[in-house]
Structure formats: structure tokens, C-alpha cells
Write a protein that binds this ligand. Structure first.
Ligand code: UN1
Length: 512
């Protein structure tokens, strides 16, 4: 146990066989099909988690409904105090949970720790927020009237999360939802079920210590069918889903058909524009981390570089050289820069994409392919690739969740912005420039059409304090910081008459 995995699993309460269904401290008996979790790092099976049956799903929703009636009565700052304690528990478990994230998902240990840090940060944010769930007050047009708005808890929040951020994305949703007075039902990705068991254990202990009712934190596990139960369920007013655009279109349609709320955080096709005035060291480092970090499996990963023609050759050379220095290997070994893809299906998608690049006339500038031999037995390690392409190619227009970086040239900034926007997705974007006219244009209404637009930093690695999400096929949802909490509450407008008359609005007279 070179990396201390056994110990981490033990500290996180993960056994060989685990129930995948819980309402808090109560774990329902394992009944449904087993999800086997194996590590893309070494190919070993780690443990199993039982899927939730339909019958179990029903009892989870019943528990959540009952819990909501009690939890919404707890004053928001008191709910915040419980979240503060979750933040403390996460600080204690940071190394273990970061290790599990790294081992089960395949991102580097550093990035696993970073993900747990995002959880801690959103806890801190949520604690402050618990005293700031403000509405506005307005002046009434009628005498002796007062108007204001308030935000009330919404109900059950369904959370569907992706494999690539197996713990942080859940926490962005739950920590806000909980201080808002909601209860949560989480359906994690079936590729990383152990992370969900670990999180549920951490929360359940804190909840028990604070007499938080069973059902405030619920967990269901399984494949897309469990996700469908959530998205079609009229008892769930908000479904927050993170993942592919394909999945999001289905969730959005199902939730929309019943006029529920969907918070969608879907695919990106994120570009960095590198101007001729860019600080090249900053630009290269930003592009490199954005493209190969998390093995290209962030929704914010840098997919495209749009480079000014005058520095195109230089950037191309510097980047291909940097790619040669990358160390690919076990993500728990801190010497390595790039870990594995999530599974062999993802490897197949990477290989298919390489073929399509060639078929469409693009050229691959670096060594490509799957790594074999000792250390690479899982079959999930691939070489990060740079490809020279046209923005209009089908493959460039598609999000491939793998470390494939497309590079292309531009000659004027307006064209570069048009290229950056000319994709179906609209999550993250960046410009590297020292020219204030270019950077302001990029951030203006005529600039980037993405939910995130950065200057002199890359496309990935957003902080939790800002609203996170994007436009177009990215789904339009915003999670995490700023006022993203509002989607987890229902707004009520109140008008109060403290006079003895009943004047009608709009000056209407109704005299008998
Ligand atoms: C995701 O890939 O789904 O901005 C989330 C980032 C991270 C979150 C990514 N803070 O890269």
C-alpha cells in the first residue's frame, strides 16, 4: 500500500461492499446491482457499491420530504453553523478524501486536495451566506402600503454530478441548498461511487451531532435510470445536473416538461486567444495547465488556442517542447504531471477523436496514443496531444473529454473573438494580452459570449466566489458563488396595507 490507500479508505468508512443508498446515518440494505469501482491509476478494483432500487428511491424521497418540513424551520444562521462544522470535518479529512478522489477518479493528488479545498471554501462561503439571504424592499405606489420580497426554502434539490469533480460539485450545490433550508438527494456518477460514500459519511456524522433530521442529506446510486427518476419527479422542484450536453438536454427536457427548475452545467469548448502582445510565459503556462491538467477532463479544460499569426510558430514550438517534458503516470506520485483518463471508454473516445482529426485534414504535432507496459496496466494512460486544425472542423466543434489541444491562427482580434464564439458551447474563455483595448473588447458585450471570461489567466481553475457556469449548450445555469444561491430558494413578493382604505394598484376605482 505504497500510497496509503487502504488507510484512507478505512478513515473514510469505505468497506469492500457498501450500500449506495442513505438518508443520512441510515443506510438502506444493499439490494440493487453492484457498481464496481476500479481505479484508472492501476486498474485494481477498489470496492463495490449497491445501486438504489426503485422501492428504495421512494423511501428516500419520503424521508427527504419529511425532513424538509423540519429543516426549513431551523433559522438560516443555525443551518450555517452546521455547515461550518462540515467545513471543519473536511479540513480533518482533507488528505484522505483528496487521496480517494485521486485514486478513484485519476486526477493528481494535488488536484484531489484542491478539490477538497473547493469544498472547504464553499462551506466558508455558505456560512457567511446563511446571514445574507436578502431580498429587496420597494416603495409601493399606494399610500400606507409596504412592499418587499423574501426568499423561502424551495424543497428537495436533486443533484446529478459528473465523474470529473466527484466531490466539489456536489458540495457547491449542497452547502448552498442546505443553508437555504433545502434538503438534497444526490445521484453521483456511477464511475466514482466511493467518493459519494465518503462524503455522505462525513456529513452524516456532523448532522447526527447536531440533531439534523434524517433525510436532509440523501444519497442514491446507480446508472442513468436513477437520474431519470429524479428529473421526472414532480416532488423535486430543482434538479442541478453537471455533465455532458447530451445528458443535460435530456434532464432539461424532463424537468421542463413538468415546469420544474433545472440548473444545468454542461460541456465547454474553451479557448484562449493569445495576442501578439501576450506575456508568453504566462500564456504558455496557462495553456499547458488548462489543456493537460486533470488529463483534459475538466469542463473548463482548454480545448482551443487561437494564436496571433505573428507568434504562432514560436508558441507552437514552445508548446510542443513543453509537451515532451510532461511526465505521465500514477496520479498519486507527485512527480507526475498527467494521470490517466477515467476509463477505457474514454480512451476509445480519445482514439476516435485522433482519427477524426486526421480524416478532416488536421495534423497532429505531438506523439499520440495509449501508453503500455509497467505502470500503465490500467490501459487508461494516454499521451496529451496538440493538433493543428481549422475551427470549423466537426471534431473541433465537439467537446472531447481528453487532453487534445487544437491550435489555430488569427490575424485580427475581431476574427479571433468570432472564432472563439463560433462553437455551440459557452462555458469558459480567456485572452492573453497586454493591450487594454483588446482585453476590454474581449470582456465587452461584443466580446466573449461565455459565462466565464478571463484576462491573463487560463480557462480552468475558477474560484468558488464567482458564479460558475455558461451559456448556449453549456446550459445557462450558475452554481457556487455570487448570487447563485437564489436558484435554491423561492422568491415571494409581499405587499402589506397598513391603512384604513383599500386603494387599488394602477389607480383602478371599484366603488359600489
Ligand atoms: C468542472 O469541470 O465540472 O474551474 C468544474 C475549474 C474548477 C471546476 C471545474 N474550479 O476548473
Amino acid at each position: 500500500d505504497l500510497y496509503g490507500i487502504e488507510k484512507a479508505l478505512k478513515n473514510l468508512g469505505i468497506k469492500g461492499e457498501n450500500s449506495g443508498t442513505s438518508t443520512g446515518n441510515n443506510w438502506l440494505p444493499a439490494k440493487g446491482a453492484w457498481l464496481k469501482s476500479s481505479s484508472p491509476a492501476d486498474g485494481n478494483e477498489i470496492a463495490q457499491v449497491a445501486s438504489t432500487t426503485e422501492e428504495q428511491y421512494e423511501s428516500v424521497i419520503a424521508a427527504a420530504q419529511g425532513a424538509f418540513i423540519k429543516w426549513r424551520q431551523v433559522p438560516a444562521p443555525k443551518r450555517g453553523e452546521v455547515i461550518r462544522q462540515i467545513g471543519e470535518a473536511l479540513r480533518e479529512k482533507k488528505a484522505d478524501l483528496g487521496k480517494l478522489v485521486s485514486y478513484e477518479m485519476g486526477k493528481s493528488y494535488q488536484e484531489g486536495l484542491g478539490e477538497v479545498q473547493e469544498m472547504i471554501d464553499i462551506c466558508d462561503f455558505a456560512v457567511g451566506l446563511s446571514r445574507q439571504l436578502h431580498g429587496l424592499t420597494m416603495h409601493s405606489e399606494r399610500p400606507n402600503h409596504r412592499m418587499y420580497e423574501q426568499y423561502h426554502p424551495l424543497g428537495i434539490v436533486g443533484i446529478i454530478s459528473a465523474f470529473n469533480f466527484p466531490v466539489a460539485v456536489w458540495s457547491w450545490n449542497t452547502m448552498l441548498a442546505w443553508v437555504c433550508g433545502d434538503v438534497c438527494v444526490w445521484k453521483p456518477s456511477e464511475k466514482v461511487p466511493l467518493c459519494s460514500i465518503a462524503c455522505q459519511n462525513i456529513v452524516a456524522r456532523v448532522f447526527a451531532e447536531n440533531n439534523v433530521p434524517e433525510g436532509v442529506s440523501c444519497l442514491v446510486n446507480g446508472d442513468y435510470k436513477i437520474g431519470e427518476l429524479l428529473s421526472h419527479d414532480h416532488r423535486i422542484p430543482l434538479v442541478s445536473a453537471t455533465g455532458s450536453t447530451r445528458m443535460g438536454k435530456k434532464v432539461g427536457a424532463a424537468v421542463g416538461a413538468r415546469l420544474g427548475r433545472a440548473l444545468l452545467e454542461l460541456g465547454g469548448n474553451n479557448a484562449i486567444i493569445i495576442s501578439e502582445t501576450a506575456d508568453l510565459d504566462v500564456a504558455i503556462t496557462g495553456a499547458l495547465f488548462g489543456a493537460v491538467g486533470t488529463c483534459g477532463q475538466r469542463c473548463t479544460s482548454t480545448r482551443r488556442l487561437i494564436i496571433h499569426e505573428s507568434i504562432y510558430g514560436e508558441i507552437k514550438e514552445k508548446l510542443t517542447n513543453a509537451y515532451k517534458q510532461l511526465r505521465i503516470g500514477n496520479p498519486l506520485n507527485e512527480k507526475n504531471h498527467v494521470g490517466p483518463l477515467i476509463d477505457t471508454d474514454a480512451v476509445k473516445m480519445y482514439m476516435d477523436a485522433l482519427q477524426k482529426i486526421k480524416d478532416e485534414g488536421g495534423s497532429i504535432l505531438t506523439e499520440a496514443g495509449v501508453l503500455e507496459g509497467k505502470e500503465y496496466e490500467s490501459g487508461c494512460y494516454v499521451k496529451p496531444v496538440i493538433a493543428e486544425v481549422e475551427n470549423s472542423m466537426n471534431i473541433v466543434q465537439t467537446e472531447t473529454f481528453a487532453p487534445i489541444l487544437y491550435i489555430m491562427k488569427y490575424s485580427n482580434i475581431e476574427d479571433a473573438i468570432a472564432m472563439q464564439n463560433n462553437v455551440a458551447q459557452g462555458l469558459s474563455s480567456a485572452i492573453m494580452t497586454m493591450n487594454i483595448r483588446e482585453s476590454e473588447l474581449f470582456l465587452s458585450q461584443a466580446g466573449s459570449d461565455c459565462g466565464i471570461a478571463n484576462v491573463n489567466i487560463g480557462t480552468s481553475g475558477a474560484e468558488i466566489g464567482g458564479a460558475f457556469g455558461g451559456e448556449k449548450e453549456t446550459g445557462g445555469g450558475r452554481e457556487s458563488g455570487s448570487d447563485a444561491w437564489k436558484v435554491y430558494m423561492r422568491r415571494q413578493t409581499n405587499t402589506i396595507n397598513y391603512g384604513r382604505e383599500l386603494p387599488l394598484a394602477q389607480g383602478i376605482k371599484f366603488d359600489l
